[in-house]
Ligand binder design. Structure first.
Ligand SMILES: [Zn+2]
Ligand SMILES: [Zn+2]
Ligand SMILES: [Zn+2]
Length: 135
């Protein structure tokens, strides 16, 4: 998803396209990896005086709800990145800088679903560590 597509999703769901929202989205389209609300605030606070953590957080939650961003939690904090085109995608995540890399394989065994009397609707698998730059 690029910036224009993200803005299109926003508008087609009846949400206003504001400079602030565009700037938040731009940070994610220009950064490949996970960021926290705090990271976003740090990048925008000089441009928007009085911008609060709450405003950022509310917008990030909205973008997740609209399927523009995906969220996960590590190091006790929520992290956000652009949602992968492929809905079924697993990642290596750098816990230092938030960089992510797609994992081509899915370790989840279909067998497991069949051998348990459970209707599985989804699953999550993430690997944490340090990227080459942070090692
Ligand atoms: Zn890193
Ligand atoms: Zn991915
Ligand atoms: Zn999988």
């Amino acid at each position: 998803m690029d910036l224009n597509q993200a803005i299109h999703v926003l508008k087609s769901n009846g949400y206003k396209h504001t400079d602030k929202r565009e700037d938040i989205l731009r940070i994610f389209t220009e950064n490949k990896g996970y960021l926290t609300a705090r990271d976003v605030l740090r990048q925008l606070k000089d441009h928007y005086s009085g911008l609060s953590f709450d405003t950022i957080y509310r917008n990030l939650s909205l973008f997740v709800q609209l399927g523009i961003l995906e969220e996960t939690e590590f190091k006790g904090e929520k992290h956000y990145q652009l949602k992968c085109e492929d809905n079924h995608c697993h990642h290596l995540i750098c816990v230092s800088c938030g960089a992510t890399k797609d994992i081509d394989v899915c370790p989840f065994e279909e067998q497991l679903a069949r051998s348990n009397d459970f209707k599985i609707t989804g699953h999550k698998f993430e690997v944490y560590g340090y990227c080459p730059a942070c090692q």
